[in-house]
Every structure is written in structure tokens, then in C-alpha cells.
Ligand binder design. Structure first.
Ligand SMILES: CC(C)[C@H](C(=O)O)[C@@H](O)C(=O)O
Ligand code: SF4
Length: 465
């Protein structure tokens, strides 16, 4: 019977079939961050359990550390205990801890791919819902809860139920200036935030093959906002080129052997999916959210919807509540709406190509007087690489703050918030009520659109600036 890429990855990791669709899986890589990993390591220590595979476990602090220039792991006092536990327990159990200021520190979903910790064909977990990001390199990666996390630390295995499968096929090519973030928002806006619930999604087709790896990581990152814990892109030559020479990737003859293995990681012709969807990349406009769910996404030159036109009563109510929270009226044009904050960062869009996209728009221009604008690189690697090509200077000269790597204002778990009632254009992945701080109003968009908003002082169409 023809197999899917997902079937292949799943079957290669089954330690035992448990019946009823459940299996015990081997876990090849485990990432720990300060919010969820610290608690897991502390529980392990309290229970006197040894860490099963320190060589497959990696830790860094990202959520609850300050992003202020000159910060230490303890600058944000409420996050300091989490940072200390993660650092001390990591040292005790003998796992790499990528400390503040060191190469490797950064948002787990940014640093692991760029170090080659994430590899095609591996299973990778983290106590974090955006772990689906790593599927962009062909890893079977998903977020886990706190008791699952302790189970992985103690056994290097996990009991999981095999999900249903969905394939989204992409044809054509993105128009100039339109990015993977616009695509992800467009897909979520079209299919709805629950379209992938209970499914592993394979992003496939010629459109994906033409997307660079960082764009695939962005698309897979946003897949959890479609309801799916797992997203995948089949590895190809771009994946090989991206991983070659990465510090944790295999080297020499091992790398050649790995390439041969990775070439088997494909969906067969005729393989069956429970759900399929098709998108033409050429039809994707620059896209932005107007409301409080990533599915509240529209073309940037569009207007906020009228709840009277909602397809059902539940959505009528949700749209009205979202408009009220966002301070928008039905039919209001988004372009031209004044913004107070611009945040360029997060595991969706804080990689080097994202910063380049934003810098291209910013170069030689000034941030509008009323706007506070931040760039928070996703990792030390990204920050160093961006500085080496002078991107920090472009941002600083325009009036942006150039900050230290971490999650920062994406989730505001480090005290960095958009003030109540203020409007932000953000390159992050969630616009939930209060996500960037109590009362904060978030519009999700691409790095180029966020940069354009900072310059214009209002939501702006990058095709027109
Ligand atoms: C805090 C963490 C566990 C959480 C997640 O699971 O995704 C966060 O990263 C987020 O983006 O909301
Ligand atoms: S950057 Fe945002 S979405 Fe990504 S892991 Fe951090 S808090 Fe979660």
C-alpha cells in the first residue's frame, strides 16, 4: 500500500504498538526551554529519576528572559528562578545548556534547526505548541504537555495516538514581496483555525519545493494555528544544503549516508489522506489579521468584516467581540489604521531572511514618531549574522531598538508588553486576547508588512510604499 511521509516517520519510531491506534514512540531529540523545561527537570530531580538520554536533550532559555541590551539571565526578576533551575539542572544532568550570550541561545524553534539539532526523519519534541516548526526540515515534531515531558526525560519514549492526515498542495509561485507568513495567514484565513485539528499536515507540491527552508519553517510554525500539532515538508536538496556543515548535523561519510536515508522520506503516489486542500501561491496577497484569532486574516488592502455577514451565529458573536477588542468598526479599511507598536521577532519570523525582508523596507527611512519599534532576533546566530551584514545599523538608524534573542513580546512572559489598548503590528503567530499584554491589540503580519507599518505609522500595503 502506498505510504505517506508521515506514515514512514511514524513507523520508523514505533517501539511497541499499544492497540487502538496508540503506539510507544522513540524520541530522537528533546528540547527544553525555561517555561516548560525547568519544571520537567525539577520534577525529575524531585522524583529521583535519572535522565535517560542526556545526549539527545538540549536546553536554552527563551520565554522568560529579558531581551534588553546588556541583559543577563536574571534581568527579568520573575523569570530568574526559571532560568536558574534550567541552567543548574542542565549542568547537573549533563545536557547542553545554551546560555545567555552564547552561540546557540535563542528561541528553541529558531536555534535547533540552525544548529542542525533538528534533522529530517527524526522525532523531536518540546513542551511547546510551536514544535511543529521543525517539520519544515522533515522531522516528525510536536509539542507535548508537562507530564509527557517528564516521561520523555525519564524514558526517551512517548505514548501517542496516530493522528489523521491532511495534505495541502501548493502550486505556482509567490508574487514578489509576498512571504511564507502571508501564505500561512491566507491558508488559516481560508480554511479556518480548526481545519487541521486531529491531523498531521503535509505541506506539499511544487510550491513547497520552491520555498527556501526558512520559509518552510515559518509555514510549519503557523500550522498549529490551523489546529494541527504536526506539520511536515518532505526533505529535498534545499534541506541537504541547509543542514550541511551545521554543528550538530552528521559530517563526512555520515552526512552522505544521511542524505541517502533522507531521499526515502517521501509520500508515495496514490497515498491516501483524510483531507486535502489546494492553493495557488500566485493568488496569495500580503495578508494581515484584523481580529483575535489567526483565522481573522484578510488581504492587507481589505476591510474589517461586518458581523451581519458572518456565516453563523457563533461567528457573528466572535467577530463582533473581536472588532470591539481591536477597536475596529465593520467595513473599516485596515490600511491607514494608526499603529503604536511594531514587533519584529518570534519563532514565526525572527530568522535572518525575515530580518533581511524587514531591513529592505526600512533602509534609508525613519520609524514614524508615534511608533515604538523593536527587532528581537530569534537567536544569537541570527543576531551575529545580521550584525555581520549591517542589518542592525539599518534598523537602529531608522529608529528601531535592536535587542537580544528570545520570545519577548510574542507572549509577553518576560514582562515585555504592548500597553493596554495600544495597537501593534507583530510578526509573531498569535493574536489572542491579551497575548501581547492585557488589552494589547495585535495584528499579525509578515516582517516586510511590519516594517512598512513602522515607517508609515499605520498599517500599510508594502506594494504601495
Ligand atoms: C509557553 C509555551 C508553553 C507556549 C506554547 O506552548 O506554545 C508558548 O510558547 C506560546 O507560544 O504560547
Ligand atoms: S516565540 Fe512566541 S510562539 Fe515561539 S515559542 Fe516563544 S512564545 Fe511561543
Amino acid at each position: 500500500m502506498p505510504s505517506t511521509l508521515f506514515d514512514r516517520l511514524w513507523e520508523a519510531h514505533v517501539v511497541a504498538e499499544l492497540g487502538g491506534g496508540w503506539a510507544l514512540l522513540h524520541i530522537d531529540r528533546h528540547l527544553l526551554h525555561d517555561l516548560s523545561g525547568s519544571g520537567g527537570l525539577a520534577t525529575l530531580a524531585e522524583r529521583g529519576l535519572p535522565l535517560n538520554r542526556p545526549d539527545l536533550t538540549f536546553a536554552t532559555a527563551d520565554h522568560a528572559v529579558s531581551s534588553a541590551p546588556g541583559r543577563t539571565g536574571e534581568t527579568y526578576d520573575q523569570g530568574a528562578p526559571l532560568y536558574r533551575v534550567l541552567r543548574e539542572q542542565s549542568q547537573k544532568v549533563g545536557i547542553p545548556f545554551f546560555d545567555i550570550g552564547q552561540r546557540g541561545q535563542g528561541i528553541v524553534h529558531v536555534m535547533a534547526p540552525e544548529l542542525g539539532i533538528t534533522l529530517p526523519g527524526t522525532t523531536l519534541v518540546c513542551g511547546d505548541s510551536h514544535t511543529c516548526t521543525h517539520g519544515g526540515l522533515g522531522a516528525l515534531a510536536f509539542g507535548i504537555g508537562s507530564s509527557e515531558l517528564v516521561h520523555v526525560l525519564a524514558t526517551q519514549t512517548l505514548r501517542q495516538k496516530k493522528p489523521r492526515q491532511m495534505r495541502i498542495v501548493y502550486e505556482g509561485a509567490l508574487k514578489p514581496g509576498v512571504t511564507a507568513k502571508d501564505l500561512a495567514l491566507h491558508v488559516i484565513g481560508t480554511l479556518g483555525a480548526a481545519a487541521g485539528t486531529g491531523h498531521a499536515i503535509e505541506h506539499a507540491g511544487p510550491g513547497i519545493a520552491a520555498l527556501p527552508i526558512e520559509a518552510r519553517l515559518t509555514l510549519c510554525n503557523m500550522s498549529v494555528e490551523l489546529g494541527s500539532k504536526i506539520a511536515l515538508c518532505a526533505p529535498d536538496q534545499a534541506t541537504v544544503d541547509y543542514l550541511r556543515g551545521k554543528p550538530f548535523a552528521p559530517a563526512g561519510a555520515d552526512f552522505d549516508a544521511a542524505i541517502a536515508d533522507w531521499s526515502e522520506l517521501r509520500t508515495d503516489d496514490g497515498a491516501r489522506f483524510d483531507r486535502e486542500a489546494l492553493f495557488n501561491l500566485g493568488c496569495v496577497p500580503p495578508t494581515i489579521t484584523w481580529g483575535t484569532s489567526p483565522e481573522h486574516a484578510i488581504a492587507i488592502d481589505g476591510t474589517a468584516p461586518d458581523p451581519c455577514a458572518a456565516p453563523d451565529a457563533a461567528r457573528r458573536e466572535a467577530w463582533q467581540a473581536a472588532l470591539d477588542y481591536m477597536g475596529l468598526t465593520p467595513g473599516q479599511k485596515l490600511c491607514g489604521t494608526p499603529v503604536d507598536w511594531v514587533f519584529i521577532g518570534s519563532c514565526a519570523n525572527a530568522r535572518l531572511t525575515d530580518l533581511r525582508d524587514a531591513a529592505r523596507v526600512v533602509r534609508g527611512r525613519r520609524v514614524a514618531a508615534a511608533v515604538k519599534a523593536w527587532v528581537v532576533p530569534g537567536s544569537v546566530e541570527v543576531k551575529d549574522a545580521a550584525e555581520a551584514e549591517g542589518l542592525d545599523e539599518i534598523f537602529r538608524a531608522a529608529g528601531f531598538e535592536w535587542r537580544e534573542p528570545g520570545c519577548s513580546m510574542c507572549v509577553a512572559a518576560n514582562g515585555e508588553v504592548v500597553p493596554p489598548g495600544r495597537r501593534a503590528v507583530s510578526t509573531s503567530n498569535r493574536n489572542f486576547v491579551g497575548r501581547q499584554g492585557p488589552g494589547a491589540r495585535t495584528h499579525l503580519a509578515s516582517p516586510a508588512s511590519a516594517a512598512a507599518a513602522a515607517i508609515a505609522g499605520a498599517i500599510a500595503d508594502i506594494r504601495e510604499i
